[in-house]
Design a protein around this ligand. Structure first.
Ligand code: GLN
Length: 307
C-alpha cells in the first residue's frame, strides 16, 4: 500500500521536529554515546509488508522491549504459574523503583518493570541453559534476520552499573522469589536488554502480537491467539511504566518502550510498528517515538473515518 509508505515518510519528517527535546539515557554509560538526532520508524502489516523511513534499518539497544520477548518465552514454558511470581497491574512507579517491592514482599507489580523482568529472567534461567542466547535466536527467527547480536559493550556497561537492579534482585531473593544465583540472573537479564535490533527487525519480530500469535517471518504460529491477546493487554496497562495512562490517552495502543529510545506498538488484527529515537522524557520513554506513534494513531483514525 503506497499510502502506508506515505504515512511513515510524513511521520518521519514531523517527528524529527522533536529532536533536541529530552535526554539520552546516561545511567548506562554505553547508552549515553547514542546519537540523539536519530529517528526511525517501521511498520509491518499482518500481510507481511514492511514500510520504513528515517534510520529504521539501524540497530539500537532494545533494552526493556526485550521484556516482551522474555515474558512471551516464559509464558510458553510456565503458563499461568508465572503469575505466582509476578503481578499483572500497573505500578504507577518508575521502572526501577525499590519501594513498592519491599512493601509487596518481593512480588513485582508486573513483568514490564525491571524487578518483574528480573523475576521472569530467573524463571528462564531455570528452564534454559543460556536464556539470552535462546532469546537472541528466537529474535533472529521472528525477525528473519540472522545477524542480530547481543551488544557486549552495552551488556558490560549494564553489569558495571548494576547496583540498583542488583538491589532489587537481592531483595526479591530474600523473599524467596528468585531461585537461581543473583549474578547469573542479572547476567541473563542484561544480555537480553543488550540485544541490538532495528525498527524493521522489531516491527517484524513482534508482529505475532498483531497477528493472533502467528509469526510473520517464520510463517507459522508462535503463540496461541489468546496469549497474544493477553500480552497486548499487559502492554496496554503496563508497557510505558508510570506514563502508561498518559500514553493510552495519547495513542491508545498496546506498547512497550525501552531506554534505548525504541517503542513498539501493536494494532491488533492489523499491524505492528516500531519507532526509535534515543532522547527520553523523565519517565524513560522516547520523546520523538511517542510523538510518532501519536501521529500514526491520529492518521489511522482519520483513515477509518474516510477523511
Ligand atoms: N536494562 C535497563 C535497566 O535495567 C532496562 C530499563 C529500560 O529500558 N527501561 O535499567
Amino acid at each position: 500500500m503506497v499510502k502506508i509508505q506515505e504515512w511513515v515518510e510524513d511521520i518521519n519528517e514531523r517527528a524529527r521536529t522533536k529532536l533536541g527535546t529530552g535526554r539520552v539515557a546516561d545511567y548506562i554509560p554505553a547508552l549515553a554515546e547514542q546519537d540523539a538526532n536519530k529517528f526511525g520508524i517501521a511498520i509491518c502489516t499482518n500481510e507481511g509488508e514492511v514500510y520504513a523511513a528515517g534510520d529504521a534499518q539501524e540497530p539500537f539497544s532494545i533494552q526493556s522491549i526485550s521484556k516482551v520477548f522474555l515474558l512471551t518465552l516464559s509464558l510458553r514454558v510456565y503458563g499461568n504459574e508465572l503469575w505466582e511470581r509476578v503481578g499483572l497491574n500497573p505500578s504507577g512507579m518508575p521502572f526501577n523503583s525499590l519501594t513498592q517491592l519491599e512493601a509487596e514482599r518481593g512480588k513485582p507489580r508486573n513483568p514490564f518493570i525491571n524487578a518483574g523482568a528480573i523475576v521472569v529472567a530467573d524463571r528462564l534461567v531455570s528452564a534454559f541453559a543460556t536464556p539470552s542466547k535462546h532469546l537472541r535466536d528466537v529474535a533472529r527467527k521472528l525477525s528473519g534476520n540472522e545477524s542480530i547480536l547481543i551488544d557486549a559493550r552495552v551488556q558490560e556497561s549494564e553489569w558495571q552499573h548494576r547496583s540498583r537492579n542488583a538491589a532489587m534482585a537481592y531483595l526479591m531473593k530474600s523473599f524467596g522469589n528468585i531461585d537461581n544465583d543473583v549474578d547469573q540472573v542479572l547476567h541473563s537479564y542484561f544480555s537480553c536488554c543488550s540485544l541490538a535490533m532495528s525498527c524493521v527487525d522489531l516491527a517484524v519480530a513482534l508482529n505475532y502480537l498483531a497477528a493472533d500469535g502467528h509469526a510473520q517471518a517464520m510463517g507459522e504460529p508462535f503463540i496461541a491467539p489468546d496469549l497474544a491477546r493477553k500480552i497486548n493487554s499487559i502492554m496496554f496497562t503496563c508497557g510505558m511504566y508510570d506514563a502508561a495512562g498518559d500514553f493510552a490517552y495519547r495513542v491508545g495502543l498496546p506498547a512497550k518502550s525501552g531506554v534505548g529510545g525504541g517503542i513498539v506498538a501493536i494494532v491488533p488484527g492489523k499491524l505492528s510498528v516500531c519507532a526509535w529515537s534515543p532522547a527520553l522524557d523523565e519517565n524513560g520513554n522516547s520523546v520523538a517515538a511517542q510523538y510518532a506513534l501519536e501521529l500514526l494513531a491520529e492518521e489511522m483514525v482519520r483513515q477509518q473515518l474516510g477523511h
